[in-house]
Design a protein around this ligand. Structure first.
Ligand code: ZN
Length: 469
């Protein structure tokens, strides 16, 4: 608180909307190492705000939620709890001034094993001191010393990380625009909410306009304010930019996953925060996105790329919701209206398949109504069992019809029928027959997209059938 400084998705116009996520690590995780400095008897303090693992975890949960709800691209990754013995000379070191923090940092860098000092995370040292907490600004932003009575709420750790990522207090008389952000109004740490409103707009908070109230809230409820009588949850766009800029510069040591930025309003070329790709397609074309986090500045994006491997690439939105659409994809061409085939053996067999399919759907429809109307559970169960049996009869007949049609069909008509058989066997749980027909398709077709699809279906069925073994 102290300010002194592989499953691919082929998609048909698939629109994905990204909004809030509270998942801890879909976003860009910033690495934090928590170290407790123990007293001479090997104990943590028994009382305080930050003496138990649970208290720390509560702070982290709050931080993760605040960062997500503010639409930042970041999360926090608490990589460890470490209890440090043999360093009790630091047990009461005060976080009220920079002196103790700097001495601790110097000692830790000189003996990294003893102090469990990390060069790939922010090192948070927690002791039994009775003051608040003190972070450091870049470039020495790899240490935070925390005593037990930090008053920022709900997350003192997030407030201190704000300083590590180059944020000033909203009341800081340090720079142009006070805190170096023009979008936060003039603040004083001792002001009430009414005084903040009055000194900026000449109105009591309750009498201010909606936009004035919002500007007051943005500062009064700011993560970097001292107004701790209300939760500190907000970050301004300027503050978010400062954090993104700093974290991007420090990405190689602080981030568990590297962000790649896409911003439709900025014509950049490299995916950095300062020079983001302007289009989603530009980022995809550049490649190298495995295990990266694609950060979309709020907006709507499109791509013509049919395959995005979401297992390897996280996508998050920044500043507000984003959406992106993947236009239509066609991997192969096969005939569809086989009931009109010039080959009568095919057309007749396919017509019988359509009849059986229609009958199966009717069974489902009428029995669903009967099931809903039935009162007793055993009555419902009897209706369901009867419906399943009758539907199976028609479904089996449909398969027979397709097998008939296959005998008569040639070339692409034959492939379309074999593919249909494979899919129906697959969906009925008959992986053996499904694989048999997918294999026929893969071995016969000269369309690469169809071959790839059939082979990948075989792979999935193989996996599924192995699970039970
Ligand atoms: Zn502070």
């Amino acid at each position: 608180m102290n300010p002194l400084r592989k499953y691919y998705l082929p998609l048909l116009l698939f629109i994905i909307t990204l909004s809030l996520t509270c998942s801890a690590f879909a976003q860009v995780p910033l690495r934090i190492s928590i170290k407790f400095i123990l007293d001479a008897s090997g104990n943590r303090p028994a009382t305080g705000n930050l003496n138990t693992d649970a208290e720390i975890n509560t702070e982290f949960t709050s931080a993760i939620n605040i960062l997500a709800r503010a639409y930042t691209e970041f999360s926090v990754d608490r990589i460890e709890f470490v209890d440090l013995s043999g360093l009790s000379q630091w047990y009461s070191t005060s976080a009220a001034t920079t002196t103790g923090r700097d001495q601790l940092r110097t000692a830790a860098i000189a003996a990294p094993a003893t102090y469990h000092w990390r060069t790939d995370a922010i090192n948070i040292y927690i002791n039994g001191g009775t003051s608040s907490a003190i972070s450091d600004f870049p470039p020495n932003n790899n240490i935070i010393l925390m005593n037990q009575w930090c008053g920022n709420t709900p997350s003192c750790i997030l407030h201190e990380m704000g300083h590590s990522l180059n944020l000033m207090h909203t009341h800081e008389p340090c720079c142009t625009n006070q805190d170096a952000c023009a979008d936060t109004i003039t603040d004083n740490s001792s002001w009430t909410k009414d005084q903040l409103a009055q000194n900026n707009y000449g109105c009591l908070y309750a009498s201010c306009t909606a936009s004035q109230k919002n500007a007051v809230d943005l500062v009064y409820n700011n993560v970097m304010s001292y107004h701790t009588d209300e939760p500190q949850l907000r970050l301004s766009p300027c503050q978010m930019d400062r954090v993104s800029s700093q974290a991007y510069g420090d990405r190689n040591w602080i981030a568990s996953k590297i962000p790649v930025y896409v911003n439709k309003y900025v014509a950049g070329t490299s995916g950095t925060f300062a020079s983001p790709y302007m289009t989603l397609q530009g980022a995809l074309n550049a490649g190298g996105l495995d295990n990266r986090v694609l950060v979309l500045q709020q907006g709507t994006y499109t791509t013509s790329q049919e395959l995005i491997n979401f297992n390897l690439l996280d996508i998050v939105t920044r500043s507000g919701p984003s959406s992106f659409s993947l236009p239509g994809v066609q991997k192969y061409i096969l005939p569809v209206e086989l009931e009109n085939s010039k080959n009568p053996g095919v057309s007749n067999a396919i017509k019988s398949v359509q009849n059986e399919d229609r009958s199966a759907r009717n069974v489902e429809k009428t029995s669903a109504i009967a099931e809903t109307n039935a009162v007793r559970p055993e009555e419902k169960a009897a209706i369901r069992a009867d419906a399943n049996a009758r539907a199976k009869f028609h479904n089996d007949n449909a398969i027979k019809g397709l097998l008939d049609a296959e005998q008569f069909a040639e070339s692409n008509e034959k492939l379309a029928i074999q593919l249909e058989l494979a899919q129906r066997y697959r969906d009925a749980g008959d992986c053996g027959n499904a694989i048999r027909f997918f294999r026929k398709v893969a071995e016969t077709t000269d369309q690469p997209g169809l071959k790839e699809e059939a082979l990948s279906q075989i792979g999935r069925c193989d996996k599924k059938s192995n699970i039970g073994k």
